[in-house]
Design a protein around this ligand. Structure first.
Ligand SMILES: *[C@@H]1O[C@H](CO)[C@@H](O)[C@H](O)[C@H]1NC(C)=O
Ligand SMILES: *[C@@H]1O[C@H](CO)[C@@H](O)[C@H](O)[C@H]1NC(C)=O
Length: 263
């Protein structure tokens, strides 16, 4: 209540808080919850490792970006040097889909099996770019209200990185865990490509690091329904368990003001 003795400063403050309330969304809506977009890159959609199923996730991802208010977003990208260990072209005689045993960077007595693929997600190529509709939305959000942590992963020639948190040997961690911690995030909503590789790795590391992990099943996909279903079954059994639900069910459980922005 502004009485006779209200100071000019108080009046300004009240006017300002009325302005803030006029903004049609609440930053408290998905408090402590971050949206994680795993490798939604051209090469995994219509590029060298593309699949006809991949683009089905895009409307769901757009909906998560357009209709919800996130305190923090993580967007990961595979970001491989041209002779990366995961490229068949770096191993004479091997073809995409073959496997090779490689020595751990920090323990020469240990080996891991690396599957090799067609060249993909090489920096400065179209295939490495985040899909245009997703990238446009991220540029809008980061210029307006939402910090976005872009994770460029598997830049090291000698080790692959499925998870956005760390490489496959836990040789080196990305900034993802520390950034989530700084932003007070406790729950991560995981989406992206592909379910049985980088989405799987990111979800499992999320569980290991103590996050509540929710996978939006229609905002992730793989090269076949069977491979996707097997990965989801495995994830449901991990630790205190990855929670798996579709976007409709998640939105029902997390109501928000919708459509504050039309692209
Ligand atoms: C990798 O190592 C395992 C265990 O030593 C072995 O069974 C497998 O055949 C090796 N795979 C390749 C592709 O060399
Ligand atoms: C979401 O999952 C529920 C079951 O929990 C199901 O009834 C509903 O049809 C699903 N919706 C979509 C759009 O897939």
């Amino acid at each position: 209540m502004i009485g006779r003795h209200a100071s000019p400063a108080a009046v300004v403050l009240l006017a300002f808080s009325a302005l803030i309330q006029a903004v049609p969304f609440s930053s408290a809506l998905h408090k402590k919850t971050a949206l994680v977009l795993v490798d939604i890159q051209n090469d995994f959609i219509t590029g060298s490792l593309g699949s006809p199923r991949a683009s089905s996730i895009l409307p769901k991802v757009y909906q998560l970006l357009d209709n919800h208010d996130w305190p923090f977003i993580v967007a990961s990208q595979d970001w491989h040097p041209i002779d990366h260990v995961s490229f068949a072209s770096a191993h004479p005689g091997l073809e995409s889909g073959d496997a090779v045993n490689i020595t751990f960077l920090d323990t020469t007595t240990k080996q891991e099996t690396q599957t090799v693929y067609a060249n993909h997600c090489v920096p400065e190529t179209w295939g490495a770019e985040i899909e245009k509709g997703v990238q446009t939305r991220l540029h809008y959000l980061e210029g307006y209200k939402t910090p976005v942590n872009y994770i460029k992963k598997a830049q090291d020639h000698s080790v692959d990185s499925y998870s956005a948190f760390a490489d496959n040997q836990y040789h080196r961690f990305t900034t993802m865990h520390s950034e989530l911690t700084i932003h007070g995030i406790e729950t991560i909503i995981v989406t992206g490509l592909i379910t049985n590789a980088c989405v799987r790795g990111t979800s499992i590391d999320g569980i290991k690091l103590g996050y509540e992990v929710i996978l939006i099943e229609d905002a992730t996909d793989s090269i076949s329904a069977e491979i996707k279903a097997a990965a989801i079954t495995e994830l449901k059994g991990w630790g205190k368990c990855v929670q798996v639900m579709n976007l409709t069910d998640w939105e029902t459980a997390n109501p928000t003001k919708r459509g504050f922005r039309e692209l």
